[in-house]
Design a protein. Structure first.
Lengths: 177, 524
């Protein structure tokens, strides 16, 4: 359940974020979502990959271990890299690898964005929320929609952490779930 | 509607006011209708814009299913009081968040429409605005706005229009009252002039021309007409005066004429009276003269006969004692006495024609001619052997005095036998022909010496002789007697002659019926 919501969020992140090569890229090139570490999504991506974003197909690439031989080049091909909890020990390396690269780094560990990641999922009141490091995003030349920033529970911008408004950012449980 | 009994002033004001109010009302209605439509459109456009903004604002919230953020966005709609309710539904039509201006009202869950369009539901405007993300519809914003504002605006618009109409009507009335004078004043002035002219029959009045428009032309025409009328009237008066003068003159002339005619008539009557008196006197004197002539001639015969008879006796007894001169003198005396006797006889005969005339009765002329031939004229016929009186055709029976007819024919035939050249043999022919309805013409033709044309009339005058006594014997009374007899029978007498060859005397007398068998028998 949690990962189904997270998969939908990943999908929506792509929609609200602009990559520097979005306008020049060939639409036939698929958008690759890299999943690093243990895959907890199950079939959550099945529905999502059948859709298109900006006329481009979605491809999910699973990389089980950062230390694997071909893990780095695979990661560099991705637009979005989700670092699961199982690979938290490689967080620094991944961030170092993809620094200043137009790759959206999404994690699910506390301190992920402080470490240089861009978006981090957090659980709050049993609901999936997220926090954003706008500086990292800027370094990665990614333009984030203001609405997305507004929805974030916490945003790090110009080195300062800004908490969201009183209502808070709470994602409802998916209806019908 | 404008009454026909209204004055022209009121009609003009009414027309102007009517047009003014009608135009204003029409413009007002059009303005209000247009404003309403425009306002509705603007309201709808505004609502659509608002819906678009909401859709944009809530896109991420809907995508990440963050109802709180969406509600916060919708709550900002409270700044727009005309929006009654708002609603955001998800892609599959389920309500995501809702907003209501009046909290108790439940937000409409209408998400059927997907077009970015608006539709009026009763007094409300409803907008459905799809929420799209990357070309994909992820939900719908529905906004519902009431039109109370529109109604309020409509009401205020109508109030303004009403006020404008009232104010403009009042102003318009004053303006129209003032402006109508430009049209009505000349007409009213003209009407007043016409009324005065018509009432007083004063054609010297003139309407004052105020304007140069059709009214001016009308007034000018009216004035010209008055000119004409005035001239005509003057002419009429003059003509009337002339006529009266003429009538007076004519009457005078007629009176004079009648008077003079009466006088003439009187004179005529007097003259007639005088004439009648004169005729009476004349007749009287004529009668006396005739009586005198008759008496005189009758009484003169006796002494004349004595003179001639005793003269003859004396001549016979003194035959041997007389000289030739004496004898000649005796002859003169006796001859004179005899001639005088003849003349007196003739005069007696002449006067007897009228004084001793007999009644008219049928007379057979054949018989008379026959008697003349055998009795009165027998001696003369025997005197010249071969002489004759011929009647080639039977003569008619006429209506007349038998004695006078015999006298007439005897005179004419004797005349014809007398005036012959020396040694000639008289041939007399008596003819008759019908002259008219009841007149016959008798002709006595001779082969005598003839009469010149200039004497045709004078031969019938008494004592007028064409020849000397030595040539032809005669008293000069015979033809006068003939004329008198014919005239007594209402006939005419005349002659035609050829000098040296003969003369034809003719006369007309009234005839009886054509000769009857009895008359013929009588002749036989």
């Amino acid at each position: 359940m949690e990962y189904k919501v997270k998969a939908a969020c990943l999908y929506n992140f792509i929609k609200f974020i602009e990559w520097p090569d979005d306008k020049t890229s060939d639409s036939s090139t698929p958008i690759t979502i890299g999943i690093l570490g243990e895959d907890n999504f199950g079939t959550a991506f099945n529905e999502i990959t059948s859709r298109k974003i900006r006329d481009r197909n979605l491809v999910v690439k699973k990389i089980s271990d950062f230390s694997a031989e071909n893990a780095k080049p695979e990661l560099l091909k991705c637009r979005l890299v989700f670092v699961s909890t199982s690979q938290r020990q490689h967080t620094g390396e991944v961030i170092e690898l993809l620094r200043n690269k137009p790759v959206l780094l999404v994690g699910e560990n506390d301190g992920f964005i402080e470490a240089g990641g861009i978006i981090n999922f957090v659980m709050q009141d049993n609901k999936v929320c997220f926090e954003i490091n706008a500086d990292s995003a800027e370094e990665a030349q990614l333009k984030m929609a203001s609405q997305l920033l507004r929805l974030a529970k916490r945003v790090i911008k110009s080195g300062k952490s800004q908490s969201s408004n009183a209502v808070g950012i709470m994602l409802q449980n998916m209806r019908g779930a | 509607m404008i009454g026909f009994h209204m004055t022209i002033r009121r009609k003009l004001i009414a027309v102007m006011m009517f047009v003014c109010i009608f135009a204003l009302a029409t413009a007002g209605v059009a303005f209000v209708a247009w404003s309403l439509k425009m306002y509705r459109r603007i309201a709808a456009d505004n609502l659509t814009i608002t819906a678009s903004i909401i859709a944009n604002q809530t896109r991420a919230a809907l995508a990440f299913e963050d109802a709180g953020d969406a509600e916060k966005t919708l709550a900002s709609l409270s700044a727009q009081p005309s929006i009654v309710a708002a609603d955001i539904s998800t892609r599959d039509g389920k309500q995501f968040v809702s907003y209501s201006r009046d909290k108790q009202k439940t937000a409409p869950s209408d998400a059927n429409g997907v077009q970015s369009d608006y539709a009026s539901r009763g007094d409300n405007i409803v907008i459905h605005q799809p929420i799209e993300l990357d070309g994909e519809k992820i939900g719908t914003v529905t906004l519902i706005s009431d039109v109370s504002q529109v109604r309020r605006m409509l009401e205020s618009c109508m109030r303004i229009v009403g006020c404008v109409i009232i104010v403009v009507s009042v102003l318009g009335y004053f303006i129209a009252s003032r402006m109508q004078r430009y049209i009505s004043n000349p007409i009213l002035s003209l009407a007043e002039t016409a009324r005065v002219v018509s009432k007083d029959k004063d054609y010297s009045k003139r309407a004052v021309r105020i304007s140069d428009d059709e009214t001016g032309i009308l007034i000018e025409a009216f004035n010209e007409m008055l000119d004409q009328v005035q001239i005509s009237q003057a002419e009429l008066i003059e003509a009337k005066a002339n006529l009266e003068e003429k009538v007076r003159e004519r009457t005078q002339a007629l009176t004079t004429e009648v008077h003079s005619r009466k006088e003439a008539q009187m004179r005529l009557v007097n003259m007639n009276k005088d004439l009648a008196q004169a005729i009476e006197k004349l007749e009287q004197s004529n009668q006396q003269l005739q009586e005198f002539a008759y008496v005189a001639s009758h009484d003169l015969r006796e002494p004349l006969r004595k003179i001639s008879s005793f003269g003859r006796l004396l001549q016979d007894s003194l035959q041997n004692k007389l000289t030739d001169d004496d004898r000649e003198n005796f002859e003169f005396m006796i001859d004179g006495a005899q001639r005088m006797q003849l003349m007196i006889e003739a005069l007696l005969t002449y006067s007897r024609v009228t004084t001793h005339g007999a009644e008219f009765r049928p007379v057979d002329l054949n018989l008379i001619v026959e008697q003349l031939r055998t009795l009165e004229l027998a001696a003369k016929l025997e005197e010249i052997p071969g002489s004759s009186i011929d009647v080639p055709e039977s003569l008619p029976v006429i209506n007349g005095d038998p004695v006078q007819m015999r006298q007439l024919l005897q005179n004419l035939i004797a005349n014809g036998m007398k005036y012959q050249p020396k040694g000639a043999v008289p041939k007399i022919i008596v003819r008759a022909s019908r002259e008219a309805e009841n007149m016959v013409k008798i002709e006595v033709e001779d082969n005598g010496i003839g009469i010149k044309e200039e004497y045709y009339n004078t031969v019938f005058t008494m004592f007028r002789r064409l020849h000397s006594r030595s040539e032809y014997e005669g008293t000069g009374i015979g033809l006068a007697v003939c004329k008198r007899i014919v005239e007594r029978h209402n006939g005419k007498i005349g002659l035609t002659s050829n000098v040296g060859k003969g003369t034809t005397f003719w006369f007309t007398v009234p005839c009886t019926e054509p000769v009857s068998a009895e008359a013929k028998a009588a002749i036989a």
